[in-house]
Design a protein around this ligand. Structure first.
Ligand SMILES: *Cc1c(COP(=O)(O)O)cnc(C)c1O
Length: 214
């Protein structure tokens, strides 16, 4: 079941703020994605390659699929023909594989670099030195286009801490602005307002639209 009221007010708000909504549909059925599609939503995010492939084969071809989860290099080949944006590049070796598969498919794949901003040890992401290294070497990967940064804040009720993490990502973004970065993907159901206040222009929202995942 999708929350139509939440979707309508969210899209209205995000439109006025020029923020892209990625509807995160992981663990949700094809019927729910189709229902949101029928309301006009075209950008959907998934975390697992196998699940994405199954859904992609059953849903309209004009959906823009965003890959937002941790991506293993050996699975890049499956999504390379169609993926719209990979948010979660957390290793140079992964970027190299994306470049290789993009070339095979005679396309360029847009990606974001995932910066590690949370306090938790469990989240994936690059530190700033690794980010800098990748940006300095991006000419080696002509079939990928690095268009921005992605981050996940700590899972915390401490909003000031979360805000600081978003501000940190924004300051790194500004430091590398000459690198043609334009996108900031931060913000989920619980913290997207804060994320937008701190510069996010892509939000990844699941439970607010689709209900809680069991
Ligand atoms: C699941 C997930 C989301 C969406 O989370 P909600 O709290 O359901 O909005 C966003 N980004 C990533 C990377 C996710 O894994």
């Amino acid at each position: 079941m999708i929350n139509t009221t939440a979707y309508n007010s969210l899209t209205q708000q995000l439109k006025s703020q020029n923020v892209l909504l990625v509807a995160v549909s992981k663990m949700k059925p094809v019927a729910d994605i189709q229902a949101l599609y029928d309301l006009g939503q075209r950008d959907f995010g998934e975390n697992y390659v196998q699940e994405l492939l199954e859904k992609q084969s059953k849903l309209p071809a004009d959906i823009r699929w965003h890959f937002i989860g941790h991506l293993q290099a050996n699975k890049v080949k499956y999504i390379a023909p169609f993926v719209h944006l990979i948010h979660s590049v957390d290793k140079q070796s992964l970027l190299k594989e994306i470049d290789k598969q993009a070339k095979k498919n005679e396309r360029t794949i847009d990606v974001l670099l995932q910066l590690y901003i949370a306090k938790e040890e469990t989240k994936f992401g690059l530190d700033e030195a690794e980010l800098q290294y990748i940006l300095d070497n991006k000419y080696k990967f002509p079939h990928v286009s690095i268009t921005g940064l992605m981050g996940m804040a700590s899972f915390s009720d401490n909003l000031e801490e979360v805000r600081k993490e978003f501000q940190h990502l924004k300051s790194v973004f500004e430091k590398y602005n000459s690198q043609e970065l334009s996108k900031i993907s931060t913000g989920m159901s619980n913290d997207y307002q804060l994320a937008i206040e701190e510069g996010s222009n892509i939000v990844r929202i699941g439970s607010l639209l689709f209900g809680n995942r069991s």
